[in-house]
Ligand binder design. Structure first.
Ligand code: FES
Length: 90
């Protein structure tokens, strides 16, 4: 099982290895509005464990080009976790 610690919520959510982080929707306070990488509402800073995420796909790269300016930022609605633990804040 992979783990996502959401700093703002002070909680950790477990997800299956390889899961899309959109599965956090409803399990934490991160707002997932479009769930398509086009609104920026789910943009988070990855504080720990960036190596445990799959590289951004084309959709996420396009969204990050619009909404992200920091290389530690990811759009959680389209990002996937490989395994292990990450820590994020928004
Ligand atoms: S929910 Fe809109 S970019 Fe992720």
């Amino acid at each position: 099982m992979a783990e996502v610690e959401i700093k703002n919520d002070g909680k950790t959510v477990k997800l299956p290895d390889g899961a899309g982080l959109v599965e956090l929707d409803g399990k934490c306070s991160i707002l997932f509005a479009c769930k398509a990488g086009s609104c920026g509402s789910c943009k988070c800073k990855v504080l720990e464990g960036m190596e445990n995420l799959e590289p951004p796909n084309d959709i996420e790269q396009a969204g990050l080009a619009t909404f992200g300016t920091d290389p530690s930022e990811r759009l959680l609605c389209v990002a996937k976790i490989k395994k292990g633990k990450i820590k994020v804040e928004y």
